[in-house]
Design a protein around this ligand. Structure first.
Ligand code: DX5
Ligand code: ZN
Length: 240
């Protein structure tokens, strides 16, 4: 059974992560995602300090921004994210999410994201407790629950995270019922057409998928088929 009251949910969003895209053809890849029905493009930014991998900075965002109209969802896995927040906002990012332990002053960082006109997200690693959200939800548009340890695509979904999704769904529903703003519940890591239904039933409404999307191209190289399968399995009946 779905956790909480699904009628209160925001429309589901599929956000493919370009971490698993062909980096030699990133422009083509993001166009194919949009043409295939992706709702957002998920950007994994890694600095080789916060996580043991190194990916893309604001210049990628700036280069790709004019190619698509869908929101650019930037997941910052970096130490000291504040300077990069300015740069990504200038580069056209729409959503910026940070890990609490990566910044000395989380409240200030979230305020900075919103001051720059972006939606603000907080990301919790698998072992990070939900009570880290206690005093910041007023400044948050999205909570991202990591369902793998951050740093690499292609890892397996950590099953016990389903209980964490349910617990957060109950908390967000209670908050919305009390008149609070609606906050998206995003999951990231190991999401695929076989498990997305369970994750949606647990209460997630926003789904990152990297290897599941880029590992299953259509015969013409597009991604409409796998995105449609993800949406159907997540129970999506309409676009965000
Ligand atoms: C991991 C990243 C994820 C990753 C997801 O640190 O935050 O966004 O790209 O990839 P899959 O869907 O392959 O687990
Ligand atoms: Zn991510």
């Amino acid at each position: 059974m779905p956790s909480g009251n699904p009628s209160r949910r925001q429309p589901a969003v599929i956000a493919p992560s370009i971490l698993s895209a062909d980096f030699a053809r990133l422009g083509e890849e993001v166009r194919r995602l949009e043409a295939g029905g992706a709702d957002w493009v998920h950007f994994d930014v890694m600095d080789n300090h916060y996580v043991p991998n190194l990916t893309m900075g604001p210049m990628f965002c700036e280069a790709l921004r004019p190619l698509v109209r869908i929101p650019l969802d930037v997941h910052l896995m970096v130490e000291n994210p504040d300077p990069l927040i300015e740069a990504f906002a200038d580069a056209g990012a729409d959503i910026l999410s940070v890990h609490p332990e990566s910044t000395r002053h989380l409240d200030r960082t979230l305020q900075l994201i919103r001051d720059r006109g972006c939606r603000a997200g907080v990301v919790l690693n698998p072992a990070s407790p939900l009570n880290w959200l206690d005093h910041v939800l007023e400044r948050v548009d999205l909570v991202l629950l990591m369902t793998v340890n951050p740093g690499f695509g292609g890892q397996s979904f950590i099953e016990p995270m389903l209980d964490k999704v349910r617990a957060l769904r109950d908390r967000l529903d209670a908050r919305a019922a009390a008149g609070g703003s609606s906050i998206r519940l995003q999951v990231d890591g190991g999401v695929n057409p076989s498990n997305i239904g369970l994750i949606a039933a647990a209460g997630a409404d926003t789904f990152v998928a990297g290897s599941a999307v880029f590992g299953s191209p259509d015969p013409d190289g597009g991604y409409a088929g796998v995105i449609a399968r993800l949406k159907a399995s997540a129970g999506v009946t309409h676009q965000a």
